[in-house]
Design a protein around this ligand. Structure first.
Ligand code: SF4
Length: 432
């Protein structure tokens, strides 16, 4: 099946901004992307697009679970949910519950405030009656009648302060989202028909299970109470707004609208939304995490303010924030086919974790030195010190000396070389 055939969301005109300047920037960046991908394929192998099998709902919950924790912890948390709430071949193990009303009672308690989950362990005891009553009230829509003080009291009795504050903030940001159901109607007009999805988790069973049980499944990843609340409130919202736990119809609406819908979900920031769009909806989105931000900054894919004269690029410790980089690159990469953006994204994550690491990048193994600002800066520094262009430093003492006296960032047994030099000129130096 061709990738583009599965993308039914049309582009709106403002999805792809046009101007001669943008076209020129796109041309330059696309050439750089192509070079990066060719080199990355050589050193880290094939990262080609593979079809995401799960549903959009699974993708959203999976994205919640990956926030601020390692891949292993988030995968384990998801597998625990799948083991605890398996989907039978005949669909959900529970009858369609009637306890989530289709007409949404707004639970608007204050200013909206969304943030990705924190990664700290949470203390507290969630097994009390109060929190289960609060969740039951959330399911039925009764929570809107509780009032802030009662909600606060239950949360602060059940959890430690930081967790209670985060969950309260999530509740406070729940507005009336029922208007989004018009998007589902638009999807039907565009040909969407409800069918089976490849889910592994029985979301209906999870929605109706005790809060404590869900939190226990995911406790090893940390932030389990906040995350359990976030998953439950997400499932409750879509069931209440659209009548079932299904978001496959997002594939049938214009991409810009699907993006706005995902941004309206509590706990999904710009990066999380773009991950879901790229991996699940197969939109042309470019999520920027710390690895991607570091690589594109070092390779000069984003324009930076000039550094002060005394500041060397390889010693810069703080790069532009991820959201700004994402905003800058999105209109420039929006014409690159989604499967190529997917491959680029996967390559950069692997490249950033294994070669272009935050500290001590392995420039000696990198084929992109000629276009890397970090490397150029380091090479210029070495040249100014009359140090041979390529050399190995084998002694700890020598490395310490260079680090303290010349403020060079060194890596164990690594060679530095100026781009024009040939690797054949390597000489071994030991500065004991
Ligand atoms: S040369 Fe070094 S800093 Fe530059 S991209 Fe390669 S590994 Fe990263």
């Amino acid at each position: 099946m061709q990738l583009e055939e599965t993308c039914r969301g049309r582009d709106l005109p403002d999805d792809v901004p046009e101007s001669p300047q943008l076209d020129e920037k796109r041309r330059v960046l696309e050439a750089r992307v192509k070079r990066f991908m060719e080199q990355a394929r050589r050193i880290i192998g094939d990262r080609k697009f593979s079809m995401w099998k799960g549903s959009v709902v699974t993708s959203v919950v999976g994205t919640f679970l990956t926030q601020n924790v390692t891949d292993q912890l988030s995968s384990n948390a998801f597998m625990n949910l799948a083991a605890e709430f398996p989907l039978s071949k005949n669909g959900s193990n529970v009858k369609q519950s009637a306890n989530v009303p289709l007409i949404k009672d707004a639970c608007d308690l204050g200013e909206s405030e969304r943030a990705d989950a924190g990664s700290t362990d949470e203390g507290g005891n969630c097994c009390d009656k109060g929190i289960e009553e609060l969740i039951a009230a959330l399911r039925t829509g009764e929570l809107a009648n509780w009032g802030k003080d009662r909600i606060r009291e239950v949360l602060y009795d059940s959890f430690e302060k930081p967790t209670a504050a985060k969950i309260f903030s999530d509740i406070a940001s729940m507005g009336d989202t029922s208007h989004w159901n018009s998007l589902l109607r638009e999807a039907y007009d565009n040909g969407y028909r409800k069918g089976n999805t490849d889910d592994t988790v029985d979301w209906e069973a999870l929605l109706n299970s005790p809060f404590a049980k869900i939190a226990k499944c995911i406790q090893d990843r940390g932030s389990q109470f906040q995350m359990a609340f976030r998953i439950l409130s997400f499932l409750i919202r879509i069931k209440r707004d659209h009548g079932s736990i299904d978001l496959e119809w997002l594939r049938y609406v214009p991409r810009a609208k699907a993006k706005r819908y995902l941004r309206s979900i509590n706990g999904l920031g710009a990066k999380s939304v773009d991950c879901i769009r790229l991996l699940s909806l197969r939109h042309r989105a470019f999520p920027v995490d710390t690895n991607v931000a570091r690589i594109v900054t070092r390779l000069g894919w984003v324009e930076l303010e000039p550094l002060p004269d005394s500041q060397e690029f390889h010693l810069v410790s703080a790069y532009p924030v991820m959201a700004d980089i994402q905003k800058y690159l999105e209109p420039l990469l929006c014409k690159v086919p989604a499967n190529e953006v997917y491959e680029l994204h996967c390559q950069q994550i692997t490249f950033g974790k294994s070669i272009c690491t935050e500290r001590r990048p392995n420039c000696g193994a990198c084929p992109l030195t000629a276009e890397c600002k970090y490397y150029q800066s380091l090479a210029n520094r070495l040249a100014s010190l009359y140090i041979p262009s390529i050399y190995y430093i084998t002694s700890k003492h020598a490395r310490a000396l260079l680090r303290t006296q010349y403020k060079l960032l060194l890596q164990p047994d690594i060679c530095f070389c100026r781009p024009a030099d040939s690797i054949l000129t390597i000489s071994r130096i030991d500065l004991k």
